[in-house]
Design a protein around this ligand. Sequence first.
Ligand SMILES: *Cc1c(COP(=O)(O)O)cnc(C)c1O
Length: 438
Amino acid sequence: MKYYSTNHNAPIVSFKEATIKGQAPDKGLYFPENIPSLPEDLIKNIRHFSKEEIAYRVIAPYVGEAIPKNELQRIVNDTVNFDIPLVKITDTIAALELYHGPTLAFKDTGARFMSRCLGYFVKDNDKKVTVLVATSGDTGGAVANGFYDVEGVDVVILYPSGKVSSVQEKQLTTLGKNIHALEVDGTFDDCQQMVKQAFADEELNKQVFLTSANSINVARWLPQQFYYFFAYQQWVTASSGAAENPPVICVPSGNFGNICAGILAHVAGLPVQHFIAACNANDVVPAFMQTQQYIAKNAVATISNAMDVGNPSNFVRILRIFNNEFVNLQKVLSSVSITDDETRATLKSVYTNQQYLLDPHGAVGYSALHRYLQHHPGQKGIVLETAHPVKFYDVVEPVIGEKIPLPPAVAAQINAEKKSTKISADGALLKDFLYSMA
Ligand SMILES: *Cc1c(COP(=O)(O)O)cnc(C)c1O
């Protein structure tokens, strides 16, 4: 498989190059030259396949020759080795719980796959690769965990001191080994600025092999298709006749990478009735679906803050999938914006009436799906629950008036010792640090 840039002004590359580069040099996103159709028997007989077999078949055409078969199977097996259960909430709504991975959020799947691919690609390099990221919370934890102990790769994570939650900080700072946390005396924007400056520094890049683990990387984007198939497998196994009535799938969306992977899976052959992109007050895409005008905005802060995105970078990939033909896009995708008040009300009512605890992102999704199903009687749906509610305890606990017990994995991490290097928001200091590691 070859990948071209959505800006059409950069050379065509292999999966390997696309993974190492992250973004195309013309600032476009890499996109596969064609979308492979899945073998029909995979869908028809999906209940007879293991998770590992499904995932391998889905990703193999995208990786092509870049990774040998047995190595790719090992990477895939490692990526999917935690539960992704489909849990019934009401007669018409089930939740796909994507939060049973090591950092309790769906980003684990993409980060685990990408880190292992990169580890494979740099194995025979004489130079180590340094993954450099700035984080405001969730991404850093998933990246740190995904790359932990991957040989030949160092990870440097910048985070704003005092501005990430205690759970998130521990996820970044307690691993050690090849994971280095830089606690920056500044804001998230300062961190991002320092990272940008480092990537733009030619002299530095000659000495240190820097790469990003950005969410637009194809090796993070494409494996997110896996769990849409796992959802469908559980959907058809749960009740007879379910295969004739495929699910409406609702995805809480920010940068639109997750839902874009789902739509890709659908175009490749996965039965889905309809997709809903559930957004918070950041409503660029809901507005676009109404007016066909794409107007990027500054992000506004909400209680589902991992979706506070004013210019979702993966939306161009969704448009690409449909060759920019709006009529076809509209048949497959709807998008709505949900307020913080609705999100809190949904969180509370689903907890009270169904004894199911959503996180704020999942609650945005549940609200949107519930609304859609009211207008489409006879249909049923799945909401993607993208994070464990404990990650957002500061929002969830006051709404339900109860404490959320810590899952064992987190409880252990909360008590582990924090190891970070404090630095002021100064690009020159970051440069010194990167040199000292080379
Ligand atoms: C990142 C994130 C999202 C948004 O996912 P996108 O792929 O950017 O649309 C939703 N929920 C949680 C919990 C996240 O961490």
